[in-house]
Design a protein around this ligand. Structure first.
Ligand code: IPE
Ligand code: IPE
Ligand code: MG
Length: 243
């Protein structure tokens, strides 16, 4: 049987270039990016992919022009409000990760109500990283651990990798098996730094608004060919040693 990832993470990149290539404003690319997103979520629902984590807005994206940030925020809010019922009827469970206190109150409210509505669903676990940064995530985990130490619920000597792993975002879910980044960039851009330690990385030149089911299937085919070794020796070479 071909290996399929239980958890796919995606850096949806290239909206701006998609628009610029067509002499359109960058925001037109973000609008088209939402359409691409819809199709990918539906594919994961239809194919019983258990977990999908999407990078929607990074801690660093605030440095973009004010008008673009505003548009992105209103697009995200509209998306949460308009799509949540469709997601709910698809049995999708939604979670938003990131520094939510840094978002506008109306957006925070939309997030809370979307999460509440879908919290008992048992289908696709859809995580959206919003105002998220991998370094922020490690810092917030560190702060939570420090609080436990101060309350004398934990000793410094007891802190280990498992302690960190229990305090980063998505700690209750298996780590991503496959990371996809569109648009030709081959970097992590401060996405899930801790959680991606052993994730298979797939890069495609396709710009996000053009990313469709065919591209996702190529990524899944790539994943099926990978041998995940986690620092051990290859199963093939181990078998060869025993003959
Ligand atoms: C990704 O597309 C969307 C977000 C970061 C919100 P970009 O807007 O980064 O598109 P490019 O990389 O400039 O083409
Ligand atoms: C990463 O893309 C963030 C999201 C897709 C939300 P960026 O376009 O912001 O990353 P850089 O600037 O190319 O590293
Ligand atoms: Mg980009």
């Amino acid at each position: 049987m071909k290996a399929t990832p239980k958890h796919i993470a995606i850096i949806m990149d290239g909206n701006g270039r998609w628009a610029q290539n067509r002499m359109l404003p960058r925001v037109a690319g973000h609008h088209r990016g939402v359409e691409a997103l819809r199709a990918i979520v539906q594919y994961c629902v239809d194919h019983q992919i258990p977990i999908l984590t999407l990078f929607a807005f990074s801690s660093e994206n605030w440095k973009r022009p004010v008008a673009e940030v505003k548009l992105l925020m209103s697009l995200l809010q509209k998306l949460l409000q308009d799509e949540v019922h469709q997601l709910h009827s698809n049995n999708v469970r939604l979670r938003v990760i990131g520094a939510l206190e840094g978002l506008a109150p109306v957006l925070q409210e939309a997030i809370i109500s979307a999460q509440q509505l879908t919290e008992n669903n048992s289908g696709l676990q859809l995580n959206i990283a919003l105002n998220y940064g991998g370094r922020w995530d490690i810092v917030q985990a560190t702060k939570a651990i420090c609080k436990l130490v101060l309350k004398q619920e934990l000793k410094i000597e007891e802190i280990n990798e498992a302690t960190l792993a229990q305090h980063v975002m998505l700690h209750d879910l298996p780590e991503p098996d496959l990371l996809i980044r569109s648009s030709g960039e081959q970097r992590i851009s401060n996405f899930l730094l801790w959680q991606l330690a052993y994730t298979e990385l797939y890069f495609t030149n396709t710009l996000w608004p053009d990313f469709g089911v065919v591209d996702l299937e190529s990524a899944l085919q790539f994943y099926a060919t990978r041998e995940r070794r986690y620092g051990l020796v290859s199963q093939e070479s181990e078998q060869a040693q025993h003959v």
